[in-house]
Design a protein around this ligand. Structure first.
Ligand SMILES: [Zn+2]
Length: 69
């Protein structure tokens, strides 16, 4: 059975794959790391952290455009 690695989207096989559903140990560790650090999110959906980050960037730009006295 062929599967797609959820991390790098590479096609791999389910059988004889010690890292399934990932293609390699690397991708498995990446996934574990994401869960552990709470960064795992559904693709297309922004996390609270990302939203905050965007707001910061906008505020930062406003300040720069303001020129400073
Ligand atoms: Zn992979």
């Amino acid at each position: 059975m062929k599967i797609k690695c959820p991390i790098c989207k590479k096609t791999t096989t389910w059988e004889e794959n010690p890292w399934r559903p990932f293609c390699s140990e690397r991708c498995k560790l990446i996934d574990l790391g994401k869960w552990a650090s709470g960064e795992y999110s559904i693709p297309g959906e922004k996390t609270e952290e990302e939203k905050k980050d965007e707001k910061c960037k906008v505020d930062d730009r406003k300040i720069k455009e303001g020129g400073g006295a």
